[in-house]
Design a binder for this molecule. Structure first.
Ligand SMILES: [Zn+2]
Length: 258
């Protein structure tokens, strides 16, 4: 069955890329024009797979269009440019829900069995373990328009999706003195601790301070930095850069200069 899925993805990836989609990429996803030609071509195939396989839904009155679908699919697919075949393609992800702008959710915090705090929170996006990513369209566009500011909502939420599926941050909070531990956990965990310390000291950091929330958020914001500020990240955090380079099997510093 798995073989069939991959076979189908290969067929989709080989379909020709509509000109109207190409125009959307040019207009909304400037990142693409920085990719080397062979990666641009690969990206087109990945976008085809994404759009065939994942369901998109407009929420709060947003009408779903090809422009929205292509803009999101292209950025989500940039994270996958390093994959060698199509056996993996956000396999747990089923649908992408899109709101026109940041949306409000009702939250409940259970402090004890007697005290539950309820409130409302505004969100730009989120990734759920059950196979949904939720995004605010105006934030998607904003994130895509500046490719050097280290902020990209789609990269952020799809990094969470990868994290769920790969367990990328499962181990990074543990103490890893033993040499047999994966260098991923050692390096990323060590960088996370240093980062927490720098934030506590109110130091300026290249990595977004929001990453101090949790290891999962740290992974999401270092992904944003890796793709949008690769040269600076490699300069300031060479070990971390190398780990991300292995994880994503890509070297954004080679095509995205500062
Ligand atoms: Zn997040």
């Amino acid at each position: 069955m798995f073989g069939f899925k991959t076979w189908r993805r290969k067929r989709w990836a080989g379909q020709s890329f509509p000109e109207s989609w190409q125009a959307v990429l040019l207009r909304n996803v400037p990142y693409v024009s920085h990719l080397p030609a062979e990666l641009q071509e690969k990206l087109q195939g990945l976008v085809q797979v994404f759009l065939h396989e994942k369901h998109f839904e407009g929420c709060a009155g947003l009408e779903m269009t090809d422009e929205i679908r292509v803009t999101i699919a292209a950025q989500a697919s940039i994270l996958l440019l390093g994959i060698e075949d199509l056996t993996y393609f956000y396999n747990d992800l089923r649908s992408v829900l899109v709101y026109p702008e940041p949306y409000v959710v009702k939250i409940k915090n259970r402090h004890s069995s007697f005290f539950v705090q309820e409130g409302f929170q505004q969100r730009r996006g989120e990734a759920w373990e059950r196979g949904h990513v939720v995004l605010a369209w105006d934030e998607v566009r904003k994130g895509a328009s500046d490719i050097h500011d280290g902020e990209n909502l789609v990269f952020h939420e799809f990094a969470h999706q990868l994290d769920y599926e790969y367990g990328a941050t499962d181990q990074i909070e543990q103490d890893h003195d033993e040499s047999h531990y994966l260098s991923w956990a050692r390096v990323v965990g060590g960088e996370y601790q240093k980062f927490l310390h720098a934030i506590e000291q109110n130091q300026q950091t290249l990595i977004d301070a929001y990453g101090a929330t949790s290891p999962a958020e740290f992974f999401a914001v270092i992904t944003e930095a890796f793709f949008e500020k690769p040269v600076e990240l490699r300069h300031k955090h060479p070990e971390l850069y190398r780990q991300l380079q292995e994880f994503y099997r890509q070297d954004p510093a080679s095509y995205l200069s500062a």
